[in-house]
Design a protein around this ligand. Structure first.
Ligand SMILES: Cc1cn([C@H]2C[C@H](O)[C@@H](COP(=O)(O)OP(=O)(O)OP(=O)(O)O)O2)c(=O)[nH]c1=O
Length: 187
């Protein structure tokens, strides 16, 4: 069994890998998330996923290290995690009644190989009222989540339709991640 490290502080990513029955450690190294201007959503999430994995792999060169990053994009606007309730409210108003895309980039760095990929999932919201939004924000759920909602929580009530990998919206495209791990020799 080769050592597997999840380079993420996200409790959702941890839960998903546990659900798949994988054995792994969690190690997080604080990176200063660098985004270049003019990068596409695909480039942003892949680059941040790679930076997170690389920072941990440097001090654990024998391990397989997974890094990931998730953003929400609507109408070319990139929505990360809201910093304030006000920002969460603005994000949810923007997403109401519309289709947005969730991009999750994943980087896997192994001793002699590395792979980076991205998944895009389209999510359509029902029309949501300001009252729904205020109530939701009071639950505290939006604050640590890209796009200010959690599809796996009460945010599920906003979702009319999804096309693509559900788990990628939660933070990690699970099946593809495990398939790519196996492809580069992890077992
Ligand atoms: C859209 C959406 C996002 N999210 C979460 C997934 C990610 O944890 C978070 C986006 O932030 P990220 O920067 O991708 O990850 P993180 O800061 O939580 O963890 P780390 O950088 O240490 O890996 O939003 C949900 O949980 N549900 C959702 O429906």
């Amino acid at each position: 069994m080769k050592r597997l490290i999840l380079a993420s502080s996200s409790p959702r990513r941890k839960q998903l890998l546990e659900m798949a029955g994988l054995r792994f450690d969690i190690l997080v190294s604080d990176i200063d998330e660098q985004i270049q201007r003019n990068e596409s959503p695909e480039q942003i999430v892949q680059s941040l996923a790679y930076q997170k994995a690389k920072a941990v792999q440097k001090t654990n060169p024998g391990a397989y290290v997974i890094g990931a990053d998730t953003i929400v994009v609507y109408n070319r606007q990139v929505l990360g995690k809201p910093k304030t309730k006000q920002e969460a409210c603005e994000m949810l108003r923007l997403l109401s009644g519309k289709t947005h895309h969730v991009f999750t980039g994943v980087a896997i760095i192994a001793p002699e190989q590395e792979t980076v990929f991205v998944e895009r999932t389209a999510v359509t919201f029902w029309d949501i009222t300001d009252e729904d939004i205020f109530e939701y924000i009071e639950t505290g759920e939006p604050m640590d989540k890209a796009g200010a909602y959690g599809i796996q929580g009460k945010g599920a009530l906003f979702v009319k339709r999804i096309e693509g990998d559900y788990f990628s919206v939660v933070g990690l495209p699970l099946a593809r991640t495990v398939r790519e791990l196996k492809k580069i020799g992890w077992k």
